[in-house]
Design a protein around this ligand. Structure first.
Ligand code: SF4
Length: 415
């Protein structure tokens, strides 16, 4: 029994966690699908009730196929015990136990090892062979307490990875040819609060490493963007795109959602950063309890004033164990979907306009081939589809000017 398939659900942090697991699996063969595997490790997500159900139904499918199922990831804390007791899974291990995966998977008897919520991954992931860019996890956990979010209880409080370790890891990866680095974590803007460092300081030190060409950041919280960070906006190594999580644009809703950001400050911040030529992404939740028609209308009018070019929006989904789950659901699902669609349309228009204006010297890191195109992202985090007889995968190319279409940017490279 030595073929293992790692099934990853959820966010970027989970993709990274799966890399850590893979790196620690010394005595097993990693396979590409559940069919080929004897053991399936489910790196689960528990962010909504429906994320829990998808993991559950995936596990039932595996059980029917006679696979040995090991349950890990965020769900290990919230659902691990019940799945284990119901004998739906052979073993459970929590985030802190990832480094022990090799030993755990050799166990002959069922095991339940939820671990703790205090430790940080020590594993340095050196090879992201299937990707052109490297993801670096710089911290774990979150000290915020947003009404709808279960993450702080399944990933624990915010704690930062040692700066020297991160820099070592970046230097190794840069030495292996990686030029683009994506900093990830649960709440990366809180980096360094516990260790006397800061995200701005870390970025600056990273940028000095030979080979580091572009640094991209995961999601930041508006309140975490300080003067030191703002001073980095002109640096050539910083991606000209930031993702700053608003979650809403009604002052009243921000309070109901127990957010720390505030509308007027958010708008000023977005305008300031956009004026520096940045594309701006955001997260947004529509349909949280309390989002009445009047509140929504006002939020929408506010949203139109934000220079948002990329959107990661969801309709509210109830999560047991959160404050919002105790509130009366007040927005019907269809209404929430319609609201979401409006936001998406606004941002699609903003994005198109942005791409037309910022269409000079696009620095593209080509990531993959899809059909007739080789696809990558430019410095504004816009997709560029390139037609070329050359093999450009994992290469940096410069596009003087792209053909800007609604569905994306297109370019041809003859040589
Ligand atoms: S900032 Fe809010 S939404 Fe993000 S992980 Fe923390 S509690 Fe959850």
């Amino acid at each position: 029994m030595n073929r293992v398939y790692l099934k990853t659900f959820g966010c970027r942090t989970n993709i990274y966690d799966s890399q850590i697991m893979a790196q620690n699996l010394k005595d097993f063969i990693l396979v590409e699908s559940e069919e080929e595997a004897d053991i399936v490790v489910v790196n689960s997500c528990t962010v909504t009730n429906s994320a829990d159900s998808s993991a559950r139904s995936y596990i039932s499918g595996l059980q029917k196929k006679g696979k040995r199922v090991i349950f890990a990831g965020c769900g290990a804390m919230s659902k691990g015990e019940s799945l284990f007791q119901e004998e739906k899974v052979f073993g459970v291990f929590g985030h802190s136990e990832k480094r022990n995966i090799n030993t755990l998977l050799k166990r002959e008897n069922p095991f339940f090892e939820p671990g703790d919520l205090k430790s940080l991954d020590e594993t340095i992931v050196e090879d992201f062979s299937s990707r052109a860019k490297a993801f670096i996890k710089i911290q774990e956990g979150c000290d915020f307490n947003c009404s709808y979010c279960i993450i702080p209880s399944v990933r624990g409080r915010a704690r930062s990875q040692d700066e020297t370790k991160i820099l070592e890891q970046v230097a190794k990866l840069a030495g292996n040819g990686y030029g683009e680095f994506v900093l990830t974590g649960t709440n990366i803007g809180s980096y360094g609060k516990d260790t006397g460092s800061s995200i701005a300081r870390l970025l600056q030190r990273m940028s000095m490493i030979r080979g580091v060409r572009r640094i991209r950041l995961g999601s930041l919280e508006p309140v975490q963007i300080d003067d030191a960070f703002m001073e980095l906006l002109d640096e050539p190594w910083l991606e000209k795109h930031l993702h700053i999580a608003l979650q809403h644009t009604s002052e009243e809703m921000l309070v109901k959602m127990r957010r720390r950001n505030a509308l007027r400050r958010d708008l000023e911040l977005f305008e300031k950063i956009a004026a520096k030529g940045f594309a701006l992404g955001t997260d947004y939740i529509v349909g949280h309890p309390g989002e009445s028609e009047a509140i929504w209308e006002e939020a929408l009018a506010n949203f139109r004033r934000f220079p948002v070019t990329h959107l990661h929006a969801f309709t509210y989904s109830r999560r047991e164990g959160t404050h919002a789950a105790t509130l009366k659901a007040s927005v019907n699902g269809k209404v929430a979907k319609a609201r979401l669609k409006i936001l998406e349309e606004i941002v699609a228009e903003n994005n198109l306009r942005f791409r037309k204006v910022h269409n000079r010297v696009l620095d593209v890191l080509v990531e993959e081939r899809k059909g007739a195109f080789q696809i990558g992202y430019d410095q504004y985090y816009n997709r560029v589809h390139i037609s070329s007889p050359l093999d450009l995968e994992k290469e940096w190319v410069q596009i003087d000017s792209a053909e800007v279409r609604e569905e994306g940017n297109f370019a041809t490279l003859a040589q």
